[in-house]
Design a protein around this ligand. Structure first.
Ligand code: IMP
Ligand code: MG
Length: 177
């Protein structure tokens, strides 16, 4: 029988650390967009928990939306094709868009998403990511607001999955192997 209190993997960031970081970034974002409206665009499914933390720390007029993009083909080739599997519902024209992502790895997905959003002529587009794994970057993409930088490890928890599991873990950990 599974022990529900069992820790999965080695913990990198606890819920408390992540919340403290969300407070710092939320304060920064609120200052940067002061007096402006912000559309907070979460990338399904990985970003939802981090998105909640960020949202709770914003003192701005916000609207939220979601998008889901999947990359097909081999994840280790730079020519990975990205497809939108759940489109953006809102009109982005002349709006400030803050994309919330779980992790930037090769950057392929976000590069595609940023270009896709740019076609709708928003006022601005920035990225807020819980984690950044710069060592594997292929596309020219950087996070404007980064929670934490991680080494080249496969991380799970706080929205991040392994084979769709472990998204609910209240911490970020990594699987050894
Ligand atoms: P990218 O297009 O290579 O930047 O891929 C980004 C996506 O790959 C993220 O949004 C995650 O869904 C997934 N991903 C990348 N690295 C990890 C990881 O270490 N754990 C879980 N998912 C990951
Ligand atoms: Mg993702």
């Amino acid at each position: 029988m599974d022990n529900e209190m069992e820790i999965k993997g080695k913990i990198l960031f606890t819920q408390q650390q992540i919340w403290e970081r969300a407070k710092e970034l939320g304060y920064q974002i609120s200052k940067d967009y002061e007096g402006e409206e912000l559309i907070v665009l979460g990338t399904l499914k990985g970003a939802i928990i981090w998105m909640g933390d960020i949202l709770k720390n914003l003192t701005l007029d916000t609207k939220i939306d979601f998008v889901s993009a999947s990359s097909y083909g081999s994840g280790i080739t730079s020519s990975g094709v990205v497809k939108i599997t759940k489109d953006i519902d809102m009109d982005l024209f002349h709006k400030n868009i803050l994309i919330i992502e779980d992790i930037i790895d090769t950057g392929t997905t976000l590069k595609f998403l940023k270009d896709y959003i740019a076609e709708r002529n928003p006022k601005s587009v920035k990225i807020c990511t819980l984690l950044d794994k710069p060592s594997r970057r292929k596309a020219d993409i950087k996070g404007d607001y980064v929670g934490f930088t991680v080494d080249d490890l496969f991380v799970i928890g706080y929205g991040l999955d392994y084979d769709q599991k472990y998204r609910n873990l209240p911490y970020v950990s990594y699987l050894e192997g």
